[in-house]
Design a protein around this ligand. Structure first.
Ligand code: PLP
Length: 408
Protein backbone atom coordinates (compact mmCIF):
# COMPACT_ATOMS: atom_id res chain seq x y z
CA UNK A 1 0.00 0.00 0.00
CA UNK A 2 1.25 3.51 -0.77
CA UNK A 3 0.91 6.40 1.66
CA UNK A 4 -2.63 7.58 0.99
CA UNK A 5 -3.47 10.03 3.77
CA UNK A 6 -7.18 10.23 2.88
CA UNK A 7 -7.54 6.48 2.98
CA UNK A 8 -5.61 6.33 6.27
CA UNK A 9 -7.87 8.96 7.85
CA UNK A 10 -10.91 6.99 6.74
CA UNK A 11 -9.58 4.05 8.77
CA UNK A 12 -9.83 6.09 12.02
CA UNK A 13 -13.50 6.84 12.72
CA UNK A 14 -12.73 9.12 15.69
CA UNK A 15 -11.09 11.65 13.35
CA UNK A 16 -14.55 12.59 12.08
CA UNK A 17 -15.53 13.73 15.55
CA UNK A 18 -16.24 17.37 16.33
CA UNK A 19 -15.05 18.94 19.58
CA UNK A 20 -16.86 22.12 20.66
CA UNK A 21 -18.33 22.17 17.17
CA UNK A 22 -14.88 22.13 15.51
CA UNK A 23 -13.24 19.23 13.68
CA UNK A 24 -10.96 17.29 16.01
CA UNK A 25 -7.27 18.02 15.43
CA UNK A 26 -5.58 15.26 17.39
CA UNK A 27 -1.95 16.12 18.13
CA UNK A 28 -1.45 14.10 21.32
CA UNK A 29 -0.11 10.94 19.74
CA UNK A 30 2.94 10.68 22.00
CA UNK A 31 0.52 10.13 24.89
CA UNK A 32 -1.62 7.66 22.98
CA UNK A 33 -2.68 7.10 19.40
CA UNK A 34 -6.16 6.67 17.97
CA UNK A 35 -7.20 3.23 16.78
CA UNK A 36 -8.03 2.12 13.26
CA UNK A 37 -11.31 0.30 12.79
CA UNK A 38 -9.52 -3.01 12.08
CA UNK A 39 -8.01 -2.97 15.60
CA UNK A 40 -11.35 -2.18 17.27
CA UNK A 41 -13.05 -4.87 15.17
CA UNK A 42 -10.36 -7.39 16.08
CA UNK A 43 -11.10 -6.85 19.76
CA UNK A 44 -14.84 -7.34 19.36
CA UNK A 45 -14.38 -10.29 16.98
CA UNK A 46 -12.15 -11.99 19.56
CA UNK A 47 -14.67 -11.51 22.34
CA UNK A 48 -17.62 -12.48 20.15
CA UNK A 49 -16.07 -15.51 18.43
CA UNK A 50 -12.73 -16.66 19.78
CA UNK A 51 -12.77 -16.11 23.51
CA UNK A 52 -11.35 -18.77 25.83
CA UNK A 53 -8.45 -18.80 28.26
CA UNK A 54 -5.29 -19.83 26.44
CA UNK A 55 -2.57 -22.48 26.90
CA UNK A 56 -3.33 -25.87 28.43
CA UNK A 57 -6.94 -25.90 27.19
CA UNK A 58 -7.80 -29.01 25.17
CA UNK A 59 -11.04 -27.64 23.86
CA UNK A 60 -11.42 -26.06 20.46
CA UNK A 61 -11.87 -22.42 21.46
CA UNK A 62 -8.92 -22.49 23.79
CA UNK A 63 -6.74 -23.81 21.01
CA UNK A 64 -7.96 -21.15 18.58
CA UNK A 65 -7.25 -18.40 21.13
CA UNK A 66 -3.84 -19.89 21.97
CA UNK A 67 -2.84 -20.06 18.32
CA UNK A 68 -3.92 -16.45 17.77
CA UNK A 69 -1.92 -15.26 20.80
CA UNK A 70 1.22 -17.12 19.71
CA UNK A 71 0.77 -15.90 16.12
CA UNK A 72 0.64 -12.35 17.58
CA UNK A 73 3.96 -12.99 19.31
CA UNK A 74 5.42 -14.02 15.95
CA UNK A 75 4.04 -10.82 14.37
CA UNK A 76 5.81 -8.76 17.05
CA UNK A 77 9.02 -10.75 16.52
CA UNK A 78 8.97 -10.01 12.81
CA UNK A 79 8.07 -6.35 13.35
CA UNK A 80 11.18 -5.62 15.42
CA UNK A 81 13.24 -8.40 13.80
CA UNK A 82 13.99 -10.40 16.94
CA UNK A 83 15.72 -13.72 16.37
CA UNK A 84 13.20 -15.91 18.24
CA UNK A 85 9.59 -15.43 19.32
CA UNK A 86 10.62 -16.73 22.77
CA UNK A 87 12.49 -13.42 23.12
CA UNK A 88 9.14 -11.55 23.00
CA UNK A 89 7.46 -11.14 26.39
CA UNK A 90 4.03 -9.53 26.54
CA UNK A 91 3.68 -6.94 29.31
CA UNK A 92 1.12 -4.26 30.13
CA UNK A 93 3.27 -1.64 28.45
CA UNK A 94 6.64 0.08 28.46
CA UNK A 95 6.37 0.90 32.16
CA UNK A 96 5.80 -2.69 33.20
CA UNK A 97 8.54 -3.91 30.86
CA UNK A 98 11.11 -1.57 32.44
CA UNK A 99 9.93 -2.51 35.93
CA UNK A 100 10.32 -6.16 34.99
CA UNK A 101 13.95 -5.66 33.99
CA UNK A 102 14.70 -3.38 36.95
CA UNK A 103 13.27 -6.00 39.30
CA UNK A 104 14.57 -9.24 37.75
CA UNK A 105 17.91 -7.93 36.49
CA UNK A 106 18.30 -5.77 39.58
CA UNK A 107 17.60 -8.58 42.05
CA UNK A 108 19.87 -11.06 40.32
CA UNK A 109 22.70 -8.98 38.83
CA UNK A 110 23.15 -5.97 41.13
CA UNK A 111 24.56 -5.44 44.58
CA UNK A 112 25.18 -2.35 46.72
CA UNK A 113 27.49 0.09 44.98
CA UNK A 114 26.79 -1.23 41.46
CA UNK A 115 25.86 1.41 38.93
CA UNK A 116 23.03 1.88 36.43
CA UNK A 117 23.29 4.66 33.84
CA UNK A 118 20.24 6.48 32.44
CA UNK A 119 20.00 9.82 30.66
CA UNK A 120 18.67 13.17 31.82
CA UNK A 121 15.88 13.03 29.23
CA UNK A 122 14.17 9.87 30.43
CA UNK A 123 10.46 9.47 31.05
CA UNK A 124 9.73 8.86 34.75
CA UNK A 125 9.15 5.21 33.91
CA UNK A 126 12.85 4.85 33.08
CA UNK A 127 13.93 6.66 36.26
CA UNK A 128 11.71 5.59 39.14
CA UNK A 129 12.10 1.78 38.74
CA UNK A 130 15.87 2.28 39.09
CA UNK A 131 15.33 4.52 42.12
CA UNK A 132 13.28 1.73 43.71
CA UNK A 133 16.23 -0.56 43.07
CA UNK A 134 18.47 2.10 44.58
CA UNK A 135 16.42 2.01 47.80
CA UNK A 136 16.21 -1.75 47.87
CA UNK A 137 19.76 -2.66 46.89
CA UNK A 138 21.87 0.46 47.33
CA UNK A 139 22.76 0.75 43.65
CA UNK A 140 24.00 4.09 42.29
CA UNK A 141 22.06 5.85 39.53
CA UNK A 142 24.20 7.88 37.11
CA UNK A 143 22.89 10.29 34.52
CA UNK A 144 24.12 11.25 31.02
CA UNK A 145 23.48 15.00 30.63
CA UNK A 146 22.17 16.75 27.53
CA UNK A 147 23.14 20.13 26.05
CA UNK A 148 20.98 23.23 25.44
CA UNK A 149 19.65 21.71 22.19
CA UNK A 150 18.56 18.55 23.93
CA UNK A 151 21.39 16.42 22.51
CA UNK A 152 23.02 13.84 24.78
CA UNK A 153 26.58 14.67 25.76
CA UNK A 154 27.99 11.31 24.82
CA UNK A 155 31.57 12.31 25.62
CA UNK A 156 30.43 12.27 29.25
CA UNK A 157 29.41 8.60 28.94
CA UNK A 158 33.07 7.55 28.95
CA UNK A 159 33.51 9.19 32.35
CA UNK A 160 30.30 7.63 33.70
CA UNK A 161 31.16 4.04 32.76
CA UNK A 162 33.16 2.23 35.43
CA UNK A 163 33.92 -1.34 36.48
CA UNK A 164 30.72 -1.19 38.51
CA UNK A 165 28.37 -0.28 35.66
CA UNK A 166 25.79 -3.06 35.31
CA UNK A 167 23.35 -1.66 32.75
CA UNK A 168 22.62 1.38 30.60
CA UNK A 169 18.92 2.17 30.17
CA UNK A 170 18.09 4.82 27.62
CA UNK A 171 15.23 6.22 25.54
CA UNK A 172 15.54 5.77 21.78
CA UNK A 173 13.47 8.96 21.31
CA UNK A 174 12.76 11.55 24.02
CA UNK A 175 9.04 12.09 24.65
CA UNK A 176 9.59 15.77 25.49
CA UNK A 177 12.40 16.92 23.21
CA UNK A 178 11.85 14.60 20.26
CA UNK A 179 15.59 13.89 20.19
CA UNK A 180 16.56 10.65 18.47
CA UNK A 181 19.39 9.27 20.57
CA UNK A 182 22.31 7.44 18.93
CA UNK A 183 21.40 4.15 20.60
CA UNK A 184 23.46 2.01 18.20
CA UNK A 185 26.56 3.99 19.15
CA UNK A 186 25.72 3.76 22.86
CA UNK A 187 25.18 0.00 22.58
CA UNK A 188 28.51 -0.50 20.77
CA UNK A 189 30.30 1.49 23.44
CA UNK A 190 28.51 -0.33 26.27
CA UNK A 191 29.24 -3.74 24.77
CA UNK A 192 32.92 -2.90 24.50
CA UNK A 193 32.76 -2.82 28.33
CA UNK A 194 30.46 -5.91 28.49
CA UNK A 195 27.57 -3.76 29.70
CA UNK A 196 24.05 -4.64 28.49
CA UNK A 197 21.68 -1.93 27.26
CA UNK A 198 17.92 -1.51 27.66
CA UNK A 199 16.30 0.75 25.07
CA UNK A 200 12.98 2.45 25.85
CA UNK A 201 11.29 2.37 22.46
CA UNK A 202 7.95 3.89 23.51
CA UNK A 203 8.48 6.88 21.18
CA UNK A 204 10.52 5.18 18.45
CA UNK A 205 8.69 1.98 17.50
CA UNK A 206 5.59 3.90 16.32
CA UNK A 207 7.61 6.29 14.17
CA UNK A 208 10.51 4.46 12.49
CA UNK A 209 11.63 0.99 11.48
CA UNK A 210 13.31 -0.73 14.44
CA UNK A 211 15.56 -3.78 14.11
CA UNK A 212 16.65 -5.06 17.52
CA UNK A 213 19.26 -7.37 16.02
CA UNK A 214 20.84 -4.64 13.91
CA UNK A 215 20.93 -2.41 17.03
CA UNK A 216 22.21 -5.36 19.08
CA UNK A 217 19.97 -4.18 21.96
CA UNK A 218 19.88 -6.48 24.98
CA UNK A 219 16.41 -5.34 26.00
CA UNK A 220 13.99 -3.23 23.95
CA UNK A 221 10.54 -2.19 25.21
CA UNK A 222 7.45 -0.47 23.82
CA UNK A 223 3.71 0.09 24.38
CA UNK A 224 0.91 -1.12 22.11
CA UNK A 225 -1.33 1.90 22.65
CA UNK A 226 1.25 4.29 21.19
CA UNK A 227 1.32 2.34 17.91
CA UNK A 228 -2.41 2.24 17.15
CA UNK A 229 -2.96 -0.87 19.29
CA UNK A 230 -5.00 -1.28 22.45
CA UNK A 231 -4.14 -0.06 25.92
CA UNK A 232 -2.85 -2.56 28.46
CA UNK A 233 -0.48 -4.49 26.18
CA UNK A 234 3.19 -3.89 25.54
CA UNK A 235 6.35 -5.72 24.72
CA UNK A 236 9.64 -6.59 26.35
CA UNK A 237 12.17 -7.90 23.88
CA UNK A 238 15.11 -9.50 25.63
CA UNK A 239 18.01 -11.43 24.17
CA UNK A 240 17.49 -15.09 24.99
CA UNK A 241 20.74 -15.29 26.97
CA UNK A 242 19.57 -12.45 29.24
CA UNK A 243 16.01 -13.70 29.67
CA UNK A 244 17.42 -17.12 30.59
CA UNK A 245 19.81 -15.58 33.07
CA UNK A 246 17.39 -13.41 35.06
CA UNK A 247 14.67 -14.78 37.39
CA UNK A 248 10.88 -14.49 36.96
CA UNK A 249 9.28 -11.13 37.72
CA UNK A 250 5.95 -12.30 39.14
CA UNK A 251 4.83 -15.70 40.34
CA UNK A 252 1.58 -17.47 39.54
CA UNK A 253 -0.03 -19.56 36.84
CA UNK A 254 1.48 -19.82 33.33
CA UNK A 255 5.03 -19.15 34.47
CA UNK A 256 5.60 -22.50 36.21
CA UNK A 257 6.54 -25.96 35.01
CA UNK A 258 5.82 -27.88 38.24
CA UNK A 259 4.71 -26.65 41.64
CA UNK A 260 5.14 -28.51 44.93
CA UNK A 261 5.47 -27.04 48.38
CA UNK A 262 9.06 -28.27 48.41
CA UNK A 263 10.18 -26.88 45.07
CA UNK A 264 8.74 -25.08 42.06
CA UNK A 265 10.31 -25.10 38.63
CA UNK A 266 9.69 -22.42 36.07
CA UNK A 267 8.31 -22.53 32.55
CA UNK A 268 10.45 -21.99 29.48
CA UNK A 269 10.80 -18.63 27.72
CA UNK A 270 8.86 -16.46 27.27
CA UNK A 271 6.20 -17.91 29.62
CA UNK A 272 8.53 -17.68 32.62
CA UNK A 273 7.82 -13.90 32.53
CA UNK A 274 4.09 -14.08 31.85
CA UNK A 275 2.44 -14.95 35.16
CA UNK A 276 -1.35 -15.13 35.15
CA UNK A 277 -3.83 -15.10 32.30
CA UNK A 278 -2.15 -13.22 29.43
CA UNK A 279 -3.94 -10.43 27.59
CA UNK A 280 -4.61 -12.62 24.55
CA UNK A 281 -7.25 -10.20 23.27
CA UNK A 282 -4.78 -7.31 23.49
CA UNK A 283 -1.91 -9.27 21.92
CA UNK A 284 -3.94 -10.16 18.82
CA UNK A 285 -5.27 -6.61 18.51
CA UNK A 286 -1.68 -5.32 18.81
CA UNK A 287 -0.65 -7.70 16.02
CA UNK A 288 -3.50 -6.27 13.93
CA UNK A 289 -2.12 -2.76 14.54
CA UNK A 290 1.42 -3.84 13.61
CA UNK A 291 0.13 -5.46 10.42
CA UNK A 292 -1.75 -2.26 9.69
CA UNK A 293 1.34 -0.01 9.95
CA UNK A 294 3.51 -2.59 8.19
CA UNK A 295 1.14 -2.55 5.21
CA UNK A 296 1.61 1.24 5.00
CA UNK A 297 5.37 0.88 5.57
CA UNK A 298 7.42 2.16 8.51
CA UNK A 299 9.78 4.02 6.13
CA UNK A 300 6.82 5.81 4.57
CA UNK A 301 5.39 6.62 8.01
CA UNK A 302 8.76 7.99 9.16
CA UNK A 303 9.05 10.18 6.05
CA UNK A 304 5.49 11.52 6.47
CA UNK A 305 6.04 12.41 10.12
CA UNK A 306 9.49 13.92 9.48
CA UNK A 307 7.83 16.26 7.01
CA UNK A 308 5.16 17.14 9.59
CA UNK A 309 7.86 17.98 12.16
CA UNK A 310 9.75 20.10 9.62
CA UNK A 311 6.58 21.94 8.61
CA UNK A 312 5.53 22.51 12.24
CA UNK A 313 8.93 24.03 13.10
CA UNK A 314 8.74 26.28 10.05
CA UNK A 315 5.13 27.40 10.64
CA UNK A 316 5.33 27.76 14.44
CA UNK A 317 8.58 29.65 13.89
CA UNK A 318 6.39 32.51 12.57
CA UNK A 319 4.81 32.98 16.01
CA UNK A 320 6.23 35.93 17.96
CA UNK A 321 8.16 34.94 21.11
CA UNK A 322 8.03 31.23 20.31
CA UNK A 323 10.64 29.14 22.07
CA UNK A 324 11.26 25.57 21.00
CA UNK A 325 12.30 23.19 23.77
CA UNK A 326 14.62 20.73 22.06
CA UNK A 327 16.49 21.56 18.87
CA UNK A 328 18.33 18.34 18.16
CA UNK A 329 19.34 17.83 14.52
CA UNK A 330 17.98 14.27 14.62
CA UNK A 331 14.43 14.36 15.91
CA UNK A 332 11.17 12.52 15.50
CA UNK A 333 7.46 12.69 16.07
CA UNK A 334 6.88 15.82 18.13
CA UNK A 335 7.54 19.50 18.77
CA UNK A 336 7.65 21.01 22.29
CA UNK A 337 7.32 24.77 22.68
CA UNK A 338 6.43 27.78 24.79
CA UNK A 339 5.12 31.19 23.71
CA UNK A 340 6.35 34.21 25.68
CA UNK A 341 5.25 33.96 29.29
CA UNK A 342 2.02 32.14 28.53
CA UNK A 343 1.60 29.19 30.84
CA UNK A 344 1.44 25.98 28.79
CA UNK A 345 -1.78 25.02 30.55
CA UNK A 346 -3.44 28.30 29.50
CA UNK A 347 -2.30 27.91 25.92
CA UNK A 348 -3.47 24.29 25.82
CA UNK A 349 -6.86 25.20 27.30
CA UNK A 350 -7.48 27.96 24.77
CA UNK A 351 -6.65 25.84 21.75
CA UNK A 352 -8.64 22.94 23.19
CA UNK A 353 -11.73 25.09 22.64
CA UNK A 354 -10.76 25.17 18.97
CA UNK A 355 -10.84 21.37 18.81
CA UNK A 356 -7.06 21.00 19.02
CA UNK A 357 -5.72 18.29 21.35
CA UNK A 358 -2.15 18.90 22.50
CA UNK A 359 -0.53 17.93 25.77
CA UNK A 360 0.73 20.47 28.28
CA UNK A 361 2.86 20.06 31.37
CA UNK A 362 5.99 18.11 32.24
CA UNK A 363 5.09 15.04 30.16
CA UNK A 364 6.32 12.71 32.93
CA UNK A 365 9.85 14.03 32.46
CA UNK A 366 10.31 16.51 35.29
CA UNK A 367 14.14 16.38 35.16
CA UNK A 368 13.98 17.69 31.56
CA UNK A 369 11.83 20.62 32.71
CA UNK A 370 14.22 21.29 35.61
CA UNK A 371 17.19 21.35 33.20
CA UNK A 372 15.49 24.09 31.16
CA UNK A 373 14.22 25.88 34.28
CA UNK A 374 10.60 25.63 33.12
CA UNK A 375 7.45 24.08 34.55
CA UNK A 376 6.28 22.48 31.38
CA UNK A 377 5.81 22.80 27.64
CA UNK A 378 3.09 22.55 25.04
CA UNK A 379 3.70 19.41 23.01
CA UNK A 380 2.26 18.68 19.57
CA UNK A 381 2.93 15.06 18.65
CA UNK A 382 2.13 13.40 15.37
CA UNK A 383 0.73 10.20 13.99
CA UNK A 384 0.20 8.68 10.56
CA UNK A 385 -3.12 10.46 10.05
CA UNK A 386 -2.01 14.04 10.74
CA UNK A 387 -1.87 16.59 7.92
CA UNK A 388 -0.27 19.94 7.17
CA UNK A 389 -3.76 21.46 7.21
CA UNK A 390 -4.05 20.39 10.84
CA UNK A 391 -0.73 22.05 11.60
CA UNK A 392 -2.03 25.23 9.99
CA UNK A 393 -5.03 25.02 12.36
CA UNK A 394 -2.64 24.53 15.29
CA UNK A 395 -0.55 27.55 14.27
CA UNK A 396 -3.65 29.73 13.83
CA UNK A 397 -4.85 28.62 17.28
CA UNK A 398 -1.50 29.41 18.89
CA UNK A 399 -1.44 32.83 17.16
CA UNK A 400 -4.93 33.55 18.46
CA UNK A 401 -4.05 32.55 22.03
CA UNK A 402 -0.84 34.61 21.89
CA UNK A 403 -2.82 37.65 20.69
CA UNK A 404 -5.31 37.27 23.57
CA UNK A 405 -2.49 37.23 26.10
CA UNK A 406 -0.67 40.16 24.51
CA UNK A 407 -3.87 42.21 24.77
CA UNK A 408 -4.15 41.34 28.45
N1 PLP B 1 8.83 5.93 27.97
C1 PLP B 1 8.56 6.95 27.14
C2 PLP B 1 9.69 7.58 26.37
C3 PLP B 1 7.26 7.41 27.02
O1 PLP B 1 6.99 8.43 26.21
C4 PLP B 1 6.23 6.79 27.77
C5 PLP B 1 4.84 7.29 27.72
O2 PLP B 1 4.57 8.41 27.36
C6 PLP B 1 6.56 5.72 28.60
C7 PLP B 1 7.86 5.33 28.67
C8 PLP B 1 5.52 5.01 29.41
O3 PLP B 1 4.66 4.31 28.56
P1 PLP B 1 3.39 3.55 29.16
O4 PLP B 1 2.65 4.55 30.00
O5 PLP B 1 2.64 3.12 27.95
O6 PLP B 1 3.89 2.39 29.97
Amino acid sequence: MSFDINKIREDFPILKKEIYGKPLVYLDNAATTQKPLCVVEKISENYLNNNANIHRGVHFLSQVATEAHEAARETVRKFINAKHSREIVFTRGTTEAINLVASSFGRSQCKAGDEIIVSHMEHHSNIVPWQLLQEEKGIVLKVIPFDENGVLQLDKLDELITEKTKLISIAHVSNTLGTVNPVAEIITKAHSHNIPVLVDGAQSVPHMPVDVQALDADFYVFSGHKIYGPTGIGVLYGKEEWLERIPPYQGGGEMIQKVTFEKTTFNELPFKFEAGTPDYIGSTALAEALNYVSAIGMEEIAAHEQELVRYTLERLGEVEDIRFIGNAPKRSGLVSFLVGNIHPYDLGSIIDKLGIAVRTGHHCAEPVMAAFGIEGTVRASFGIYNTKEEIDILVAGVQRAAKMFRRK
